[in-house]
Design a protein around this ligand. Structure first.
Ligand SMILES: [Zn+2]
Length: 69
């Protein structure tokens, strides 16, 4: 069964990763301030500790910035 998040059109696994990426942005924004989504995503995608699913979500958001909600 394919589970799709109505907001993101992502499957359950990637929807979870998407939530984690956005949660990480909140933490980074609090720590660094003045951090754009784009800068955050570009930094996150090169971090070795970023998981495969999160990295896929990050790439998706880099190519589809309008999908950041
Ligand atoms: Zn997926």
């Amino acid at each position: 069964m394919k589970i799709v998040d109505a907001n993101t059109d992502l499957c359950a696994n990637h929807s979870e990763a998407y939530s984690k990426v956005k949660g990480a942005y909140s933490l980074w924004f609090a720590a660094y301030g003045n951090l754009t989504h784009e800068d955050f995503l570009k930094r996150l995608v090169v971090l070795p500790e970023t998981g495969d699913r999160a990295r896929e979500v990050v790439r998706f958001l880099i190519h589809n910035p309008e999908r950041w909600k």
